[in-house]
Design a protein around this ligand. Structure first.
Ligand code: C2E
Ligand code: CA
Ligand code: CA
Length: 560
């Protein structure tokens, strides 16, 4: 039979004790004390294992408040005490709870209320005792390694005991562990973790100063004295990697190790861990790269990226993104012939932010699709305005990010815009980047085919930056190539670069494809391009990207 729980009633009036006892006796074992002092004696000397106390306030010798004070001083606060008071006012209630009571009940007693308050208090206690025990337990039940709490504690002690030494804090996890679990079952997943844990234990024997443990799931941590040689760390990680390859021959198991070199031992171990985690992000999902060192620059970057993500939606709503235009020039005619729409972020505090800072973040978090649409629509509005004013504007090209290119609705969206703003298809050109082709050639081929059929002119952006540039040409029907001067070697191999550039331009002309050279910064470059038969140019040598009003003044209404 299960042991009954014990309740101690502390109350000076005999009759009251008897009433309470009568309510509870069928469920609990009852102990009684006629004042605080007697009660204190009972719970402190006897291993009475009292489960809860019902406490009166007004008593001789030691009253309820004094008793609560004793309990608090003895750090016995996980023992539930419910105060029984005659007064039901808020003030008494507050005073009693402040003194450390778990709950209270007012006289005369209602049997149901008393029982349920008592039951709740005891349940709450069991949960808190259980949590405390969990915390105190030092070992991870699965692998037998130290758990997070103990590992952190040991690390703190070790680092503090050796202020003259440098330590590394490592965070190790298995890439795609959840996939492994799903493929082979949880039991096998556990087996893998135990295998790894054993190997860590073995490896740890080679180090004099080391702590290690398992945090949760597939995450392990170690803190080890640093010899100053990064290749030693690399060797150890290679060993683990090799062991894993032996363990699982038909499933690629890879680990990621984030490392923080503890250059600030005053930080908490939790912060060591956070920094090592930031290091991990540097090697995640990069084939063959297993170690990422935390560095300050990377942390700042991660922080900036986060800030950008937090602010982006609001920025779009507040119309902080503005479209600049960079004119393109016809080399032979020596005049402007078009423009590229390039977005900028007019940040209320940080000023004008160039797209290089936020586009990569938006590409990662998917927001680029919304920004793309915003830029496209703004560009359509500009063109419509010029046409409505009776002008004859040059075509403007917009950038189609990779994510947008993969949107099955892309053709619909773009034709929708052109129809809504009633502009000529020839006036809105589309720049697609070559790198999208590498990821998914068929999809890109398909989409471009549909876009051209709809009437759009397609420019292949950043041509020559990828590996398969020449190959792509025969597969994709684009109208114009954009060659970026920045992809040419800067120094030394200038000649070689020029030969490549010249032959690409020549080849494009054989295919009947016009070329826009972008990133043209110097007269030399311009002259060279003219010499090899390049027709169109874009770059700082001619003009930087400029605000709409300036573009209009110069190239729509103006003198150019
Ligand atoms: P991109 O499409 O290759 O655009 C050309 C970039 O080269 C622009 O940088 C332009 O300002 C810069 N540039 C132009 N002439 C010169 C020059 O003579 N020298 C140098 N060093 N640079 C020159 P920007 O505006 O900073 O844009 C960077 C990239 O951000 C763009 O490269 C494009 O990939 C992306 N981007 C810009 N606006 C948008 C947009 O509205 N949507 C999307 N999806 N991407 C955009
Ligand atoms: Ca572009
Ligand atoms: Ca480009």
């Amino acid at each position: 039979m299960e042991e009954r729980q014990k309740i101690l009633i502390v109350e000076d009036e005999d009759v009251n004790r008897r009433i309470v006892k009568k309510i509870l006796a069928d469920q609990y074992d009852i102990l009684e004390a006629e004042n605080g002092a007697v009660a204190w004696e009972m719970i402190s000397e006897e291993e009475s294992n009292v489960d809860a106390i019902l406490l009166d306030i007004v008593m001789p010798e030691m009253n309820g408040y004094a008793f609560l004070e004793r309990i608090r001083k003895a750090s016995m606060t996980e023992l539930p005490v419910i105060v029984m008071t005659g007064e039901a006012d808020n003030e008494t209630e507050q005073k009693v709870l402040n003194a450390g009571a778990w709950d209270f009940i007012t006289k005369p007693y209602n049997a149901r209320v008393l029982r349920s308050r008592l039951r709740n208090a005891i349940a709450r206690r069991q949960v808190s005792v259980y949590e405390k025990m969990q915390k105190m337990a030092a070992h991870d039940p699965l692998t037998g390694l130290h758990n997070r709490g103990r590992m952190f504690e040991k690390t703190r002690q070790m680092v503090d005991a050796h202020p003259d030494k440098t330590f590394l804090f490592l965070r190790i996890d298995i890439d795609n562990f959840s996939l492994y679990n799903a493929a082979f079952g949880e039991e096998e997943g556990d087996r893998l973790l135990c295998f790894l844990a054993q190997f860590f234990e073995q490896l740890a024997k080679e180090y004099e100063l080391i702590t290690f443990g398992r945090m949760n799931a597939d995450i392990f941590c170690a803190c080890v004295e640093y010899s100053g040689k990064r290749n030693e760390i690399q060797e150890a990680v290679d060993k683990v990697q090799q062991k894993l390859a032996e363990y699982s021959k038909n499933y690629l198991l890879e680990i990621s190790v984030g490392i923080y070199q503890i250059d600030d031992p005053s930080l908490s171990v939790e912060e060591f861990y956070q920094r090592a985690s930031i290091g991990t992000q540097k090697c995640k999902r990069q084939f063959g790269k297993h170690i990422g060192y935390y560095d300050e620059a990377y942390r700042k970057q991660a922080e900036r990226d986060l800030q950008i993500t937090n602010e982006m939606k609001n920025a779009l709503e507040k119309k902080q993104f503005v479209v600049y235009l960079q004119p393109k020039f016809d080399l032979t005619e020596n005049c402007a012939c078009g423009a590229e729409a390039l977005v900028r972020w007019k940040h209320p505090e940080r000023g004008l932010i160039p797209p290089g800072e936020f586009i990569p973040v938006f590409e990662k978090n998917g927001f680029i699709a919304q920004l793309d649409y915003y830029v496209w629509e703004n560009t359509c509005q500009m063109i419509k305005k010029w046409v409505d004013e009776g002008k004859n504007p040059f075509p403007v090209s917009i950038n189609i990010s990779r994510i947008s290119l993969y949107n099955p609705k892309l053709v619909e969206i773009l034709t929708g815009l052109v129809e809504r703003y009633q502009i000529d298809y020839g006036l809105l050109q589309l720049e697609v980047t070559e790198s999208a082709y590498m990821t998914n050639p068929e999809l890109m081929q398909n989409t471009i085919h549909l876009l051209r059929n709809a009437g759009f002119v397609i420019l292949m952006d950043d041509f020559g930056s990828g590996y398969s540039s020449l190959n792509t040409l025969k597969d994709i029907e684009v109208d114009i190539l954009k060659l970026d001067m920045k992809f040419l070697p800067k120094s030394g191999a200038v000649e070689k670069g020029e030969i490549i550039l010249a032959s690409m331009i020549k080849m494009a002309s054989w295919l009947g494809m016009p070329v826009v050279a972008e990133g043209v910064e110097t007269r030399q470059q311009r002259d060279f391009l003219e010499g090899v038969g390049c027709e169109y140019v874009q770059g700082y040598f001619y003009s930087r990207p400029i605000p709409q009003a300036e573009y209009e003044a110069k190239y729509i209404y103006g003198e150019a």
